[in-house]
Write a protein that binds this ligand. Structure first.
Ligand code: KG4
Ligand code: ZN
Length: 341
């Protein structure tokens, strides 16, 4: 890709790791020209969660129309691209296979290079699509339905995990608590919508941050979820009603304070002055406010992508892939998919 520097550096990003079929066109890893996200939320809502086989089948139906629309909206064709980037890990294997097979087909048909990208790392690259862009080094807090990771990013190639969840991910906790509260699926946005109607200090929930980890910033969200379950059972046994907005508000406040507190403590310990937040839970209004409030105290700059770049999308995949494509890296047709990073 020797000509990439002189071209617009257009990359087609493809994302099918979970329940969104997403395709986007991004220039030079920083400028989003188009982005299509075909959501399957309604399809899975009646089951109360994602049904993997149903997800894969819908990806098969949605991927070609999504790609056509992404190229159309960007006003470009295959000839204008310098390469393709596709998520191949972690995620639902059947879903990932649809995106990867599609990317391989396009790469073969259009004679373009492609790179396979890690979904969790791709979330971090959402922050490069908006100004101001983070400079290295920085701390990244990736909070999604499957991950709760704190990572130190030295540069594009060097990053290490300094904290993670030992059980449920932060988004999973939102989804499970929403289910306990009868708020339906997906739970995170439902809790977020209800939280402003309740009192954040209504219940003093246990902190999901583990304090037994020396130099680590680990979490356990399953304990917090169980605390909510027992609280609801106790109230029921006592014949007391439950104020659902109070539970939503106090649960969200606890999670936001815990995540933000850990991110700022980790940044301080590692001498970092920039924090990037990423992933679906980074769309949470409580967490966003908590990050901004702490940053206002000085010393640390926070990078918070707009909400549509926090939840699953393909622009972040294109942005992450561009860095490798621009260096001439490429994957081959033998590349596979993996359920884990
Ligand atoms: O990053 P993402 O779209 O997909 C994964 O990679 O998992 O994250 C999805 C997760 C779900 O658990 C969803 O409930 C949560 O992000 N989420 C939120 C909000 N929006 C999405 N959690 C809290 N507040 C939100 N506003
Ligand atoms: Zn995601």
């Amino acid at each position: 890709m020797a000509c990439a520097a002189g071209s617009r550096g257009l990359v087609l990003g493809i994302e099918t790791s979970c329940d969104e079929t997403a395709v986007a066109v991004v220039g030079r890893g920083t400028e989003q020209l188009s982005g299509v996200v075909a959501s399957q939320v309604e399809l899975h809502a009646k089951y109360g969660g994602i049904v993997p086989e149903v997800a894969s089948r819908r990806h098969v139906e949605a991927i070609v129309p999504a790609a056509v629309e992404a190229l159309d909206r960007a006003g470009v064709s295959g000839r204008d691209l310098v390469g393709l980037a596709v998520t191949n890990r972690p995620g639902l294997v059947g879903s990932l296979m649809v995106g990867l097979a599609f990317a391989k087909s396009l790469a073969f048909a259009w004679d373009l290079p492609f790179v396979a990208v890690d979904h969790v790392l791709a979330h971090v690259y959402a922050s490069f699509l908006v100004e101001p862009r983070p400079r290295f080094p920085f701390l990244a807090l990736v909070v999604s339905g499957g991950h709760t990771d704190l990572l130190v990013f030295e540069n594009h190639d060097e990053h290490r995990v300094i904290g993670q969840t030992r059980d449920d991910a932060a988004g999973e906790a939102f989804d499970k608590v929403a289910r306990l509260l009868g708020l339906g699926y997906p739970g995170g946005p439902a809790v977020d919508r209800l939280a402003p109607k309740g009192r954040p200090d209504a219940v003093d929930w246990p902190d999901p941050r583990l304090d037994d980890a020396q130099g680590r910033f680990d979490f356990s969200f399953s304990g917090l979820k169980t605390a909510v379950l027992y609280h609801l059972k106790r109230q029921e046994a006592l014949g007391r009603g439950v104020c659902v907005p109070d539970i939503a508000a106090s649960f969200q406040a606890r999670v936001a304070a815990s995540l933000a507190g850990a991110a700022f403590a980790a940044a301080k310990e590692h001498g970092l002055t920039r924090i990037v937040i990423a992933g679906g839970v980074a769309a949470n209004s409580g967490l966003r406010r908590e990050m901004v409030d702490r940053a206002a105290r000085g010393g640390v700059q926070v990078f918070i992508p707009p909400i549509w770049l926090c939840t699953d999308n393909a622009a972040m995949v294109a942005a992450a892939g561009y860095v490798r494509l621009a260096r001439g890296e490429r994957d081959d047709l033998g590349t596979s998919v993996f359920s884990h990073s």
